[in-house]
Write a protein that binds this ligand. Structure first.
Ligand SMILES: [Zn+2]
Length: 416
């Protein structure tokens, strides 16, 4: 460099970056020089346009810091929404383990993406051939690098995370000869051919086998369709946890061809997973004591010990099924014991208030306790009404014939 490094080149930033292919548009170059750039910066920007040729390839995680957890190629989905044709090699490692660029190159993408949560794509020219490497699942892809920057082999570019669709912290590594999106290749032989034996550097490795079939379970009630589209007819609605089998790598545009018993069809793959889902236990029935005092007993017999005396209206929760003799195990107010179901009602109102009957030809059921309020229903003579609250000032809140409202108690009696 002449003149002790003081020489500056006048050049627009936009033009330099556009020339370097780092995001600015060519239109920016039309603007005359408005900023100066150090030659070294310009050189770096120009270098970013095309990765320089290299032969040095290094490991993406330090040897002894990872295990091989999922291989390239067809597999069973390890978790919901995971691929069943794995485009990369998974290196399981502790969360936060440093990830290194495998070769000199240019960061093409760094940031959020579906599936990986976050990813980094680096373009390289290795031994004269264009190739891209992909690193996935880090928590923050732009912590150390950003799109457009050059990186060196072994440069710390990110830390292992468990972002996106993942069962645990790992680096998902892809290798794309020809550039990202052209055609992927198995990272293990590729890296080995370039002097990096990822298998030798692993602390352990799962067995490399492709299963002959995968078993998945419906995570919800789900249509088994005749084709790979919601526009095709449903053959049957699958129950939750229906067992489905398919071949590894058969997922197509989010649809899986599956067998369900003797049937074959297609399911939306995001509604199936490799393990069964927990189905909540059916809720236990609750009933209410409909006598002044009900004995909660140690066993299902009137001769057994009284554990507690339950008051009218007390809630009891069934703990089992009702025996032929009408006893059931229940819990109530912290006690467990047996009660005779003949003294229980389905609602608290039924337990507290006996049914009454309409004693006039037509009785107005009103919106509130007043003869001027709106008539909700007209109740015929002998209609049963279920009181919902105690009578007050000649009126009572009741439900009858599917309506709830107020009636004048003088027109009710306790028998038909
Ligand atoms: Zn992976």
């Amino acid at each position: 460099m002449h003149g002790a490094g003081t020489r500056r080149v006048t050049f627009t930033v936009a033009a330099a970056l556009a020339f370097a292919g780092v995001g600015a548009t060519a239109a920016g170059a039309a603007t005359p020089g408005t900023a100066t750039i150090e030659p070294a910066v310009l050189a770096a920007a120009l270098e970013a346009a095309t990765p320089t040729n290299t032969t040095k390839v290094v490991t993406p995680l330090k040897s002894g810091k990872y295990r091989l957890s999922s291989y390239y190629g067809p597999r069973c989905m390890p978790t919901v929404d995971a691929s069943d044709w794995h485009l990369g090699q998974d290196l399981a490692a502790a969360d936060g383990t440093p990830i290194y660029a495998v070769a000199n190159g240019v960061v093409r993408k760094a940031g959020a993406v579906s599936g990986f949560g976050q990813w980094i794509v680096i373009d390289h020219v290795i031994a004269g051939k264009k190739v891209s490497t992909v690193y996935g699942h880090m928590w923050n892809a732009t912590k150390y690098v950003k799109a457009g920057q050059t990186v060196k082999a072994g440069q710390h570019i990110a830390d292992v995370g468990s972002n996106g669709v993942a069962t645990g912290p790992h680096l998902h590594l892809e290798v794309w000869p020809g550039g990202y999106g052209v055609s992927s290749t198995d990272p293990l032989p590729y890296m080995k051919a370039h002097g990096v034996n990822l298998t030798a550097g692993a602390t352990s490795a799962i067995k490399r086998t492709v299963p002959s079939s995968c078993t998945y379970y419906a995570r919800t009630r789900l249509n088994l369709r005749v084709g790979a589209s919601t526009g095709t007819p449903s053959e049957v609605v699958l129950p939750v946890n229906a067992t489905l089998t398919t071949k590894p790598g058969s997922k197509s545009n989010g649809w899986l061809p599956v067998k369900y018993g003797t049937r074959s069809g297609w399911v939306d793959s995001s509604y199936v997973g490799p393990s069964k889902v927990a189905v909540p236990a059916p809720s236990k029935p609750v009933r209410y004591v409909a006598v002044t005092t009900l004995n909660l007993r140690a066993s299902a017999s009137t001769s057994s010990k009284v554990v507690a005396k339950l008051k009218r209206g007390a809630a009891v929760t069934y703990q089992g099924s009702v025996s032929k003799s009408g006893w059931v195990k229940v819990t109530s107010g912290g006690h467990t014991g047996y009660v005779a179901t003949e003294y229980l009602k389905a609602t608290k109102a039924q337990a507290l208030y006996a049914l009454k009957y309409v004693n006039v030809t037509t009785l107005n059921l009103r919106a509130s306790a007043s003869t001027s309020s709106k008539v909700v229903a007209k109740l015929k003579k002998n209609t049963a009404v279920q009181p919902q609250a105690a009578a007050s000032k000649g009126w009572q809140k009741v439900s009858a014939s599917g309506h709830t409202g107020y009636v004048a108690t003088e027109y009710l009696r306790t028998t038909k």
